[in-house]
Design a protein. Structure first.
Length: 421
């Protein structure tokens, strides 16, 4: 059944339910629906400058850092990230604050009305998807709020991602690793080409550390588009956000902000952004006694970066227990290979997502690596409670493996329906 468009303004709960109802259309590539949505909405994406962030890991952090840097240089900055932890509303921010409940609901109402017009002339299997409607709502609201610049995180890939209707002059490629090979291609170079399709003529492409073959593609893409290529260096500034990997992300954000502004950054503004910006769900400390950390690492590259940071955040020797839940389309074995050497015990669980691997499957994979006590607890919150018990007040607990697991742990209503896309 096709979700009914709103005849009048939605409440926040109704807006969330409308977006959740669109999951029945799944995830589909292609930009035709987005271009039509933007036309109906009056091309809001052309009313602000934009920075487009693509990559396999580090996108959300880079977006938040870049928006914070630009805001501290006097620009009215907004951002769009995905996925969210508690509410779809978190994805759209202006001035580093999520838009209000009323404004979010109004933006979704407008996007839903536009989607209905688009759907009227579409085939039944070609209706507007959840991510498209949400992206349209974001662009509409960012324009309505009068942002001067929006930092936009791509959802999946780049070429056919719904976000790729912005005329960005600065693009950022954070990293490239094997992911979503069904849609993006089987090799790193295939994936890089899909992500780099967001590059436009006569702009700036900022890149993080890349494999040699991928960097060569970035060089060729920049040359083809007469675009300046800027390899970004990690920052040496102290950051509020924990994790060594965040220094690379902040370096990317600073290089992108400088490219957009067209001038050197102010040292004081840069330091303020570094010491004040929070990145939810990325090595986020949520409790003490035991120290409890949440991190949304969801692929081997992310797990490797997380593992490299664990000695710093765990500190002195203490019992280290992890709660791990992974989706079935991820390389769980590769993730475990990086993480297990840094842990004393693991509790495997299942995020409330239909694509989640069973705890038993994760245990089987871990047993092949050997060496530490393992157990399973089906429910994420019960698994976290068990891990905290095992760690004791002087220990440390890490929940990781999927951003959907982190969302299950932080959502106020544990039984509320959550987005699965």
């Amino acid at each position: 059944m096709n979700p009914q468009p709103p005849s009048r303004g939605l409440t926040l709960d109704q807006a969330e339910e409308y977006l959740l109802s669109l999951e029945l259309f799944g995830m589909r590539f292609g930009l035709d629906r987005m271009h039509r949505l933007m036309t109906v909405l009056g091309l809001p994406q052309r009313r602000f400058a934009s920075v487009h962030v693509v990559g396999s890991n580090g996108k959300s952090s880079t977006v938040r850092f870049c928006a914070a840097i630009l805001g501290r240089h006097g620009l009215r900055a907004g951002s769009y990230t995905s996925p969210h932890l508690r509410s779809f509303r978190e994805r759209i921010e202006v001035g580093e604050e999520p838009v209000s409940e009323a404004d979010f609901a109004a933006a979704v109402t407008r996007a839903a009305q536009a989607a209905e017009l688009v759907n009227r002339t579409a085939e039944p299997d070609d209706h507007v998807t959840q991510f498209e409607a949400l992206t349209a709502a974001a662009y509409h609201e960012l324009a309505r709020r009068g942002v001067e610049v929006a930092v936009i995180e791509a959802g999946l890939g780049g070429r056919f991602d719904a976000t790729n209707v912005i005329p960005s002059k600065v693009q950022v490629l954070t990293s490239v690793s094997l992911e979503h090979t069904r849609w993006l291609g089987p090799t790193l170079t295939d994936i890089a080409r899909e992500k780099l399709d967001v590059v436009h003529d006569d702009g700036t492409l900022v890149v993080g550390p890349l494999p040699h073959a991928v960097f060569a593609i970035a060089q060729q893409t920049a040359a083809d588009h007469h675009t300046r290529l800027v390899p970004a260096a990690p920052t040496d500034l102290p950051l509020r956000a924990a994790g060594r990997f965040q220094h690379a992300n902040f370096g990317l954000a600073a290089a992108a902000a400088e490219a957009l502004l067209g001038r050197a950054l102010d040292d004081r503004a840069l330091k303020e952004a570094a010491t004040e910006t929070v990145v939810p769900g990325r090595l986020e400390a949520v409790g003490e006694r035991p120290l409890t950390l949440f991190d949304g690492a969801h692929n081997p590259s992310g797990a490797h970066a997380l593992a490299a940071s664990l000695p710093d955040v765990f500190g002195a020797r203490r019992p280290r227990v992890a709660v791990i839940g992974v989706l079935e389309d991820k390389d769980a074995a590769g993730m475990l290979e990086s993480l297990l050497p840094h842990l004393d015990r693991v509790v495997f669980t299942r995020p409330a997502n239909p694509r989640a691997l069973s705890p038993a499957t994760l245990m089987t994979l871990a047993e092949k690596l050997g060496g530490l006590p393992l157990e399973t607890v089906a429910g994420p919150r019960a698994a976290l409670a068990r891990a905290r018990e095992l760690a004791g007040t002087g220990g440390a607990v890490l929940a990781t493996g999927s951003i959907y697991l982190i969302a299950d742990l932080v959502r106020e209503d544990a039984d509320a329906r959550a987005s699965t896309l």
